[in-house]
Write a protein that binds this ligand. Sequence first.
Ligand code: F6R
Length: 250
Amino acid sequence: MTMEKAKDYAELSEMAAARIISKLSTKPDSVLGLATGSTPEGMYEALIKAYKERNVSFAEAVTFNLDEYVGLESNDENSYAYYMNKKLFSHIDISPENAHLPNGKSDDLDAACADYERMIENAGGIDLQVIGIGLNGHIGFNEPHTPFEQRTHIVELDETTRNANARFFADLDSVPKHAITMGIQNIMESKELLLLVAGEQKASVLERLVYGDKTEAFPASIIKDHPNVTIIADQGALSGLKAADYQTGD
Ligand code: F6R
């Protein structure tokens, strides 16, 4: 596990975007795993800027998002499909048919999970998966005690997660109770993992990830077993770690 320190959120976003740009320059048809939430927003902005400056193209890229709420239309402004269109896809040259999210509107959600698995497999697997981490250690929507071997599945969202995401909705009751998420196993099968952690509110989470044991009670703890994982964290998120445990980048 490599840890890279960013002095602030802007630098973290630039560093994360640079990883994606570099991946696409060596393999233009890379399969990218993407995340939503607050943390990658700056990375998406940096990618759009790089695209506009002709420093990157997504023309051959294929993307798979980690998760999607169940029951929201893709034009609902709280759906992750809407988020991705607004924050990235509508600004770059990706083919809409290459940009995938789980189908939370399917009448048959189990079939939607199986379809998603098949699409990832047919694309050749994920080359680089970007993830964030929840305050309870979730990755994707894999809440504490999700079995590590779980694949794409439907989840009942934890109250911590619904509360954390309520800021985007009119009220807590409007936050969906279910989502489709790639499983921990899918995340672990990605050839490369990039975890972004920003802000002091994530310091104790990052501390537990780095110093704690591997346990299903803290889903992100599994990533220590991944052979190619980079964590990019800003100063605030790193405040609970000993300086010797991360590269300064100086
Ligand atoms: C989003 C996702 C979630 C978030 C996590 C952190 O697609 O899979 O696991 O990465 O909840 O969210 P933020 O970045 O808002 O703190």
